[in-house]
Design a protein around this ligand. Structure first.
Ligand SMILES: Cc1cc2nc3c(=O)[nH]c(=O)nc-3n(C[C@H](O)[C@H](O)[C@H](O)COP(=O)(O)OP(=O)(O)OC[C@H]3O[C@@H](n4cnc5c(N)ncnc54)[C@H](O)[C@@H]3O)c2cc1C
Length: 425
């Protein structure tokens, strides 16, 4: 029996789509659905682009093919956790809630699962920049993508072997790197060089100019093409025989199809349609430093301190921290202090207390195996999903959009998205 709303059973072609969630994934998805000829309504309880997509580092981290849970990261977890400036924190008040997820996270470090996850992430990441180029070319905004390169840096000279090992690992995945030291490092990043021993340079890496600005540009293109934005919270999804009703705070809206791109909040909406997904909010922090005369040439990742500094149009953005604290706790001041601590160690000129800085915390949507969900509902094929891109949601937004819309139109097979199935847990 065909599931209700299946493309094979509808006698008239579906025309209307709701996209729930106007982060970078929802915005790319809304535009992609328009390109396929749908009338698209984008719904968010907030203004577009103010979720995790607002404050990320703007870096397209296509080289990150390792899932977050591996035997190596689990071995390092304890020392990361007990280090007062370490990148990992588990607030005690959330500990009892996070435990079941942590068990799944540890279980995902099995060699077969890690291997499968690496291949799936590699497949998505490899397709990410070409998908962004298609999206931005279509809306005339290619200048938003910068072939910036990326520097992964080490301060300790005795970690030279680590850099060489990492370069060899990257080569296995087809990622080009160059080991840089001394004069070459100074030429690439003069502001930093004196504090560093060596670095790996990724010449083919990209960043965007400013993540929130990008969201605004995607939204403008969507609206200019006849898209509708409704600012309302979605409370419930109600699959009907052929279409889907969406209960917002004030009205019941009807569509032929709906795609849920609600980032770290997607779990609750899926629960209402009978699906349980172990999605967690991985809280990340940023500082945006308005230091006009301190200019970095590339996004910089510190291999030892595990944070990233990225030169954006809005200022120098310092990001980091993985805090497994759910969606309700307030930001923790100590995490901002840690970002100040690390960035000032690498860039001593940031010690000037008169430099204006803004602080922000956001929620990365993360599943235990680090893979997103890009799929349709197993029983109601008129309902689709694209969420859970963890630390890589900006990187993977345009390709996730292409995949989920091609699932909706039937131009790709469910097998293309097999690793990203919603019922894999
Ligand atoms: C500090 C930090 C740095 C990062 N750096 C990078 C980076 O350099 N590169 C990279 O690729 N990724 C990075 N990420 C990850 C990336 O930002 C996220 O994966 C990505 O933004 C997720 O996008 P999204 O559209 O899925 O979610 P979001 O941007 O969170 O959007 C979800 C939207 O859904 C809406 N919503 C939720 N529930 C409802 C509801 N019931 N009704 C109506 N609306 C709803 C929310 O209001 C929100 O606008 C970083 C994340 C953080 C926190």
């Amino acid at each position: 029996m065909q599931p209700p709303g299946s493309d094979n059973t509808t006698d008239s072609l579906p025309k209307t789509v709701a996209v729930v969630g106007a982060g970078v994934v929802g915005l790319c998805t809304a535009l992609e659905a328009q390109r396929s000829g749908f009338q698209v309504t984008l719904i968010d309880r907030d203004e577009p682009g103010l979720g995790a997509s607002f404050g990320n580092a703007g870096y397209l981290a296509t080289e990150l093919v390792d899932p977050l849970s591996t035997p190596k990261t689990l071995r390092a977890a304890l020392s990361m956790w007990i280090n007062p400036h370490g990148p990992l924190s588990l607030p005690l008040s959330y500990m009892h809630r996070i435990l079941p997820w942590l068990v799944r996270f540890v279980w995902a470090a099995r060699p077969d699962t890690v291997d499968y996850g690496r291949k799936a992430l590699h497949q998505l990441n490899q397709a990410s920049v070409p998908a962004w180029k298609r999206c931005l070319t279509d809306i005339g905004a290619t200048e938003q993508l910068v072939n910036s390169g990326y520097l992964l840096v080490w301060e300790s000279a005795d970690k030279l072997e680590d850099a060489k090992t990492h370069a060899a690992y990257m080569a296995q995945w087809g990622v080009k790197t160059e080991l840089v030291q001394g004069k070459r490092l100074e030429q690439l990043e003069p502001e930093l060089a004196e504090n560093l021993s060596h670095a790996l340079f990724f010449p083919e890496a990209f960043r965007v100019r400013e993540p929130y600005q990008l969201c605004k540009i995607l939204l403008s293109a969507f609206l200019a093409r006849g898209g509708v934005f409704i600012q309302q919270g979605v409370n419930n999804l109600i699959p009907e025989d052929k279409g889907i009703s969406i209960q917002t705070e004030t009205e019941l809206l009807e569509f032929d199809r709906a795609i849920i791109c609600a980032g770290a909040w997607s779990k609750q909406l899926l629960k209402g349609v009978g699906l349980k997904v172990p999605l967690e909010a991985e809280r990340g922090y940023h500082l945006t430093i308005d230091a006009k005369d301190i200019r970095l040439n590339h996004p910089i990742g510190s291999a030892e301190r595990r944070f990233v500094m990225s030169p954006l149009d809005s200022g120098l953005r310092v990001v980091g921290m993985t805090e497994l604290g759910g969606l309700k706790l307030k930001p923790v001041k100590r995490r901002f202090d840690s970002l100040y601590h690390h960035s000032r160690k690498l860039l001593s000129r940031l010690n000037d207390p008169t430099i204006p800085v803004s602080e922000w915390m956001g929620y990365r949507p993360t599943l235990p195996d680090s893979l997103p969900v890009i799929d349709r509902h197993p029983c109601h094929s008129q309902l689709l999903f694209a969420f859970g891109n963890q630390h890589l949601g900006l990187t993977q937004a345009a390709i996730s959009a292409e995949l989920v819309v091609s699932l909706m139109t039937g131009s790709s097979h469910a097998s293309d998205c097999e690793p990203f199935r919603v019922d894999r847990f």
